[in-house]
Design a protein around this ligand. Structure first.
Ligand code: ADP
Length: 257
């Protein structure tokens, strides 16, 4: 579904140039949920922006379903960390969710129905007429997820989507992601700096080095389904995997200091 080969990105030029990504290779299978962990500033958001076609990398190639990324691909949705800036405050929740569907060549009634269905799937069936400011942070992030789902992308990119919510809401949203990916078959790349979260939601965890980012670890997560916040987190394989990922992340931090 997603193939990244020898990706390099340098911001600026000359003596102030900053190499954010260096020779990164990564492939993600269709239907896979890949967690990407790495230290802050290592280039995770740069990677997401390159995949989404928001910036053009200085080197290498990204292909989605075999097609090289030139500008923003049509079959892709992004959920950003900062929900307060990703929703339009002057639009109702339903209008926010329906907005990208204008690109889908759907009439108004179908856009409205698809938005309502997506809101139902994130547990916000009754919130359509409200405005973002009337909702909690966790609910606003659910709206952002509903907007991505309504669009029915084949690839969903999530850039630290739960970084700005409290711990309980974070667990609820992790479970929501597991639940929606069970219903809608899509490939998901989720960026996080939370090691436990990377293992809990992922089918695979990739660990990135300090900037310039490249892949230093790639672990398969084979945990019994369905996952749940209590039993999965105490499962011996979970404990083992989180230690493995933790060791890789610490190795990266130690190498940099
Ligand atoms: P992460 O998401 O892992 O925290 P980023 O991808 O945001 O990391 O940033 C990687 C590196 O690139 C950081 O050192 C950051 O300061 C730098 N960087 C990010 N965006 C820009 C930009 N527009 N211009 C120059 N440097 C940038």
């Amino acid at each position: 579904m997603l193939e990244i080969s020898n990706l390099t990105h340098v911001y600026g030029s000359g003596p102030t140039a900053h190499r954010a990504i260096d020779g990164l290779d990564l492939s993600v299978a269709e239907g896979e949920l890949l967690s990407v962990v790495g230290p802050s500033g290592c280039g995770k958001s740069t990677l997401i922006r390159c995949i989404a076609g928001l910036i053009r990398p200085t080197g290498g190639e990204i292909r989605i379903a075999g097609t090289p990324v030139r500008d923003t691909p049509d079959n892709l949705a992004v959920v950003f960390q900062d929900y307060s800036r990703s929703l339009f405050p002057w639009m109702s929740v339903a209008d926010n969710v329906a907005l990208p569907l204008r690109r889908r060549n759907m009439d108004k009634a179908r856009r409205r129905a698809a938005a309502q269905e997506a809101l139902e799937s994130v547990g916000l069936a009754a919130a359509g007429k409200k405005y973002p400011f009337q909702l909690s942070g966790g609910m606003q992030q659910r709206v952002a997820i509903a907007r991505a789902l309504a669009y029915r992308p084949s690839l969903m990119l999530m850039d630290e989507p739960f970084g700005s919510v409290d711990a309980q809401t974070r667990e609820d949203l992790e479970d929501l992601v597991l639940q929606v990916r069970g219903h809608h078959r899509m490939t998901i790349v989720l960026i996080t700096h939370d090691i436990d979260e990377s293992v809990y939601v992922g089918d695979r965890v990739v660990v990135l080095s300090k900037a310039p980012a490249h892949v230093v670890g790639d672990l398969k997560v084979d945990l019994p389904a369905p996952r749940d916040q209590i039993t999965t987190r105490e499962h011996p394989d979970f404990v083992h995997l989180r230690a493995e990922v933790g060791r890789l992340v610490r190795g990266v931090e130690a190498a940099a200091s």
